[in-house]
Design a protein around this ligand. Structure first.
Ligand SMILES: C[S@@+](CC[C@H](N)C(=O)[O-])C[C@H]1O[C@@H](n2cnc3c(N)ncnc32)[C@H](O)[C@@H]1O
Length: 229
């Protein structure tokens, strides 16, 4: 048997290659950042938590396992959700293929709404959050003449949110992404050979842009908890 056959069989079977490639907690600060947010999320047993752009739902699974909440993970990529379902704690989470810009939930459903990604929909996340809820974010935040962080807070304030916890991770972000970028570049050819080209490799280009933006000082990265009610 040639080497190519078992490798292509593996690629067919192993849906979760992204986890090797990107890390299960696929955001700046990784698992430690997820824990920081969870500790401040005000979630209690029996609450409903929504993880937007969940990838393999590392945050949703952690919340479900640690706090016994009803966690829902959404992502536009059903393959990521299927991989997450098979990981530890996956059976405790509801997996829904959906777009963060148009969430398939009625108003006021969740006690905590998460997005550990920079593509956020303030309006939709606010709509599905309960009257007394939190929003947990790990995202890029402005750091320059566009009004800095205040402009970011103002946008959430318009939807009734006040900042409850904030941790700036600008320097960490730069170092984390630099490290990740170097790792990905080093491993890219191996992964392409093993799994074929996947559009998600475009993450590399995104990372290059982020590192450049951090270096210019035009953008930072934050962990944020907003609360209302
Ligand atoms: C940087 S990853 C973050 C994954 C996860 N939040 C975590 O921290 O591990 C971004 C994820 O958002 C998903 N995504 C991007 N745009 C989306 C959208 N409009 N609606 C839902 N998911 C989206 C991607 O498929 C990807 O899984």
């Amino acid at each position: 048997m040639t080497l190519a056959a078992p490798l292509s069989a593996l690629a067919d079977e192993y849906a979760s290659w992204w986890i090797d490639f990107l890390g299960e907690h696929n955001h700046v600060g990784g698992e430690e950042a997820t824990r920081w947010l969870l500790d401040r999320s005000r979630l209690a047993a029996g609450d409903r938590m929504l993880d937007c752009g969940a990838f393999v739902g590392a945050s949703a699974r952690m919340a479900a396992r640690r706090l016994d909440v009803h966690a829902v993970a959404i992502d536009v990529e059903p393959d990521f959700l299927e991989a997450g379902r098979q990981l530890a704690g996956g059976e405790q989470v509801a997996w829904v293929a959906a777009n963060t810009q148009r969430l398939p939930f009625v108003d006021g459903t969740f006690q905590s709404v998460w997005s550990l990604d920079s593509y956020i929909s303030v309006r939709e996340m606010s709509r599905v959050a309960a009257a007394t809820a939190t929003v947990c974010l790990c995202c890029e935040t402005p750091d320059d003449s566009r009004g800095g962080l205040d402009s970011f807070f103002d946008e959430w304030r318009e939807f009734g949110w006040e900042m409850a916890a904030h941790k700036s991770v600008t320097m960490d972000a730069l170092q984390t992404w630099r490290h990740a970028e170097a790792e990905l570049v080093a491993r890219r050819s191996r992964y392409e050979a093993r799994y074929g080209y996947r559009p998600y490799l475009g993450q590399l280009d995104l990372m290059s842009h982020l590192v450049a933006a951090y270096e210019r000082g035009g953008m930072g990265h934050s962990l944020l908890v907003f609360a209302r009610g």
